[in-house]
Design a protein around this ligand. Structure first.
Ligand SMILES: *[C@@H]1O[C@H](CO)[C@@H](O)[C@H](O)[C@H]1NC(C)=O
Ligand SMILES: *[C@@H]1O[C@H](CO)[C@@H](O)[C@H](O)[C@H]1NC(C)=O
Ligand SMILES: *[C@@H]1O[C@H](CO)[C@@H](O)[C@H](O)[C@H]1NC(C)=O
Ligand SMILES: *[C@@H]1O[C@H](CO)[C@@H](O)[C@H](O)[C@H]1NC(C)=O
Ligand SMILES: *[C@@H]1O[C@H](CO)[C@@H](O)[C@H](O)[C@H]1NC(C)=O
Length: 464
């Protein structure tokens, strides 16, 4: 039963070892118990559905073949499943009753007897301890210990020479009790090995959109204590074509177990910044701005006469020409997670050009434009929403082909433009929010999201 439980619980889990993890997942006892409850039903169905290959054997001179064996009834009491500190899980079931039916053929010298049988095993108890580990970034599972005991066995034969059957029934009884008892743990081991194969086949990196890959191998072995399981993942986005790691590191963070929630997920600001880095390093963060893109309400046109109000010498040197701006990120835009707030620093570079009548772009000046945005994120239902504000904007002249000029007025104007032109559109989008991805009909119940220093903490209960 345990393998399926683990599989259910961790099916969301999907290589570089020794790095600090950027994503952490904690499963609490509440989550484990809910998973067990789901898993128990699944295992019961699976037991009922089990089919067996023909069983051939002999007891002394009696040869027998059991064929068409199937489970006709199974009382599956709720198992207990607990975290097993430093190892994984410990599962116990006691008082399981199971009835199998099938055909029996007995050969004893010249005597051939055929008929059907039903066999009930009562009060079956199984204890299984499984070890969780890290198999090259994949969650791995193996059987640590297993013990099984059968309280009693009851066999009935129907048809054939029931007198012979009755004679051998007592021998069969003990024989079968031992046979079945000896088969339980190997069967569980087999199931755990099957599960291990499935876990190893689960992808640990995922394509996100057309450009990005999210890399989430385990960064260390699962951490199991008496009340929770923690899985640590690498949690790095990189560009699908040019896989380069960002020049910054994950800062350690510790995710606190919250016993009233089944699951907690912590994501370091590193994960967000790895997205920034992959866009930055592939040169995507560049924009060309022409006059046509400036809203008509904006008090400045992108041409040399209009800019004369701010840079008096410009229209004298380049009379009545349109201008173009090339805006790019000077450095990687970085997110900082602070208590209750997300900040984004955008170090920008603006190069201004005059568009000559023959379409040649003549460079005019270069500005360093640094903005800091601060935002809030919240969760409602299955939607993550946000809002953003400009908290700092500074403009500095880096170089000029047209002589020095004061940037204060331009700075004020651009600040006004960001606040009144850019942010309202951005905030409309952020308010619309992003629907959280869901899978296998799993619903989030009372999810909460909290931004802490260096990481965001998402906790939730789930319902299937
Ligand atoms: C039971 O077996 C049938 C036929 O092999 C299969 O279609 C079904 O999915 C199985 N159910 C479970 C719960 O394994
Ligand atoms: C991060 O924490 C782990 C375990 O707590 C520790 O082994 C490691 O040295 C820490 N790394 C840094 C960079 O602080
Ligand atoms: C420049 O902008 C002004 C408005 O400020 C406009 O009157 C003028 O026609 C524009 N010149 C060009 C070349 O677009
Ligand atoms: C375009 O016009 C400018 C200014 O008149 C001139 O300096 C430049 O050489 C011209 N370029 C081409 C390719 O004609
Ligand atoms: C805005 O940024 C500038 C330059 O980085 C800095 O000197 C200034 O203190 C910042 N102002 C605020 C209010 O954060």
């Amino acid at each position: 039963m345990l393998p399926y439980l683990v599989f259910l619980l961790l099916s969301l889990s999907t290589h570089t070892h020794g790095e600090n993890p950027a994503i952490k997942l904690i499963l609490t006892d509440k989550g484990l118990q809910y998973g067990k409850h789901l898993g128990a039903g699944f295992v019961q169905d699976r037991i009922k559905n089990m089919s067996f290959a023909d069983i051939k054997g002999r007891i002394g001179l009696v040869k027998y073949v059991l064929s068409g064996v199937s489970v006709s009834q199974c009382d599956f009491p709720e198992p207990t499943v607990d975290f097993y500190e430093g190892i994984g899980f410990k599962a116990m079931i006691s008082g399981l009753n199971i009835r199998v039916i099938g055909k029996l053929k007995i050969k004893f010298g010249f005597i051939h007897v055929g008929g059907s049988f039903d066999l009930a095993a009562f009060n079956v108890g199984v204890t299984s301890e499984v070890r969780l580990g890290d198999n090259e970034g994949h969650l791995s599972i193996s059987s640590e210990t297993c013990s099984a005991e059968i309280g009693d066995v009851n066999i009935n034969f129907h048809g054939g020479a029931s007198s012979i059957s009755k004679m051998v029934i007592s021998i069969f009884k003990d024989h079968f009790k031992g046979e079945i008892q000896g088969k339980i743990c190997p069967a569980i081991k087999q199931q755990i090995e099957d599960l291990e194969r499935q876990l190893v086949a689960i992808a640990v990196s995922f394509q996100v959109g057309s450009d990005l890959v999210l890399d989430v191998p385990l960064s260390s072995s699962p951490l199991v204590d008496s009340a929770s399981l923690e899985l640590d993942f690498k949690g790095e986005f990189y560009n699908a074509k040019s896989h380069t790691d960002p020049p910054f590191q994950v800062q350690n963070f510790s995710l606190t177990r919250q016993d009233s929630y089944m699951l907690s997920l912590g994501m370091s600001e590193f994960t967000a910044n790895s997205v920034s880095y992959s866009y930055f390093s592939t040169g995507v963060l560049v924009a060309h701005i022409t006059d046509k893109m400036i809203p008509t309400v904006f008090p400045l046109r992108l041409n040399t006469s209009s800019f004369g109000k701010l840079i008096p010498q410009l229209p004298k040197l380049f009379p009545d020409l349109l201008m173009e701006l090339s805006v790019s990120a000077r450095k990687v835009p970085m997110f900082s997670f602070l208590p209750g707030e997300v900040q984004l620093g955008l170090p920008g570079m603006v190069t201004a050009f005059a568009v000559q009548n023959n379409a040649t772009l003549t460079p005019l000046f270069k500005l360093q434009a640094d903005s800091v945005f601060s935002g809030q994120v919240s969760i409602s239902g299955n939607k993550v929403q946000g809002s953003a504000a400009l908290s700092n904007f500074t403009l500095t002249l880096v170089s000029s082909e047209i002589g020095p000029f004061k940037t204060t007025d331009l700075e004020n104007l651009l600040r006004f433009g960001i606040k009144n032109g850019v942010l309202p559109k951005l905030n409309a989008k952020l308010e619309e929010g992003v629907v959280l991805p869901s899978s296998h009909h799993i619903q989030l119940v009372n999810p909460v999201l909290k931004v802490n220093k260096g990481f965001v903490d998402f906790s939730s209960n789930v319902a299937v």
